[in-house]
Design a protein around this ligand. Structure first.
Ligand code: J9N
Length: 237
């Protein structure tokens, strides 16, 4: 997979992509990144990428010329072009899985108070990572990259995302590691029992409990008959 990123802050993108699991995926040849400084296409002696809004008002707007100049060659190379924007379609587990199947992505990061509306005509899709306003599209682009690249075969073991919350439509079960007692807090005895059948049943039950308590909206449609039976047993304790 190849992912190009268009930004006025390449330094904000570079270090995270060299770090941890994403960095390892790069080393393994699973994914290749291209980072493009929008200012290379800036206008005039000051390499300007923004201007005042027509019609007046506060703040600056990103000009179309540098963005078109950066995006068009990526389109011609076959990239699926994604603009990070608060008005975009919400990034979900399903969208991350879809994008993980695209061979070439180009992510466009806006800044300032907005972008010239005409830039939307040269993107394939607009994506938002949530209903809060950030100062630019760089952190959303990194969030999208992290969510997508971990799903590309070769990045992490397949088993580690089959059971992901949201993939399964539920939150995860509680997890514990050593020590067995920490500051007076123990570990549920079933996890120390060695009975894998009982462990699986406990985990499913606790995932159901947590999902019902914290995200009941996720539960609609995620339940089978065995789950409904397990849910009924939750009220016993
Ligand atoms: N979800 C989301 C995207 C954004 C921005 S602000 C500027 C570009 C993208 N804020 N929130």
């Amino acid at each position: 997979m190849r992912i190009d990123v268009v930004t006025i802050f390449p330094e904000l993108i570079e270090v995270p992509l060299r770090t941890s699991i994403i960095g390892r995926a790069v080393e393994a040849g699973v994914v290749e990144f291209g980072i493009h400084d929008l200012r290379a296409h800036g206008l005039g002696r000051h390499r300007s990428v923004d201007d005042e809004p027509y019609g007046g008002g506060a703040g600056m707007v990103m000009r179309p010329e540098p963005l078109f100049a950066a995006i068009e060659p990526l389109r011609e190379a076959g990239a699926h072009v994604v603009l990070l924007d608060p008005a975009g379609e919400r990034l979900t587990d399903a969208l991350a899985r879809h994008l993980a199947g695209v061979a070439h992505l180009a992510l466009v990061c806006g800044r300032y108070e907005g972008i010239d509306e005409r830039v939307r005509t040269v993107v394939d899709r607009e994506v938002s990572i949530g209903d809060y306003v950030l100062t630019g599209g760089e952190l959303p682009a990194l969030v999208l990259i992290d969510a997508v690249v971990r799903l590309v075969p070769g990045t992490i073991s397949q088993a580690s995302h089959e059971g992901d919350s949201f993939a399964s439509g539920m939150l995860e079960y509680p997890q514990y590691t050593r020590p067995e007692s920490f500051r007076g807090l123990g570990v549920p005895p079933v996890l120390l029992s060695g009975n894998h059948g009982e462990v699986d049943r406990w985990r499913r039950r606790e995932a159901l409990r947590r999902t019902r308590e914290r995200r009941p909206d996720l539960l609609e449609g995620a339940l089978d008959d065995a789950d409904r039976a397990l849910l009924a047993t939750l009220d016993d304790d």
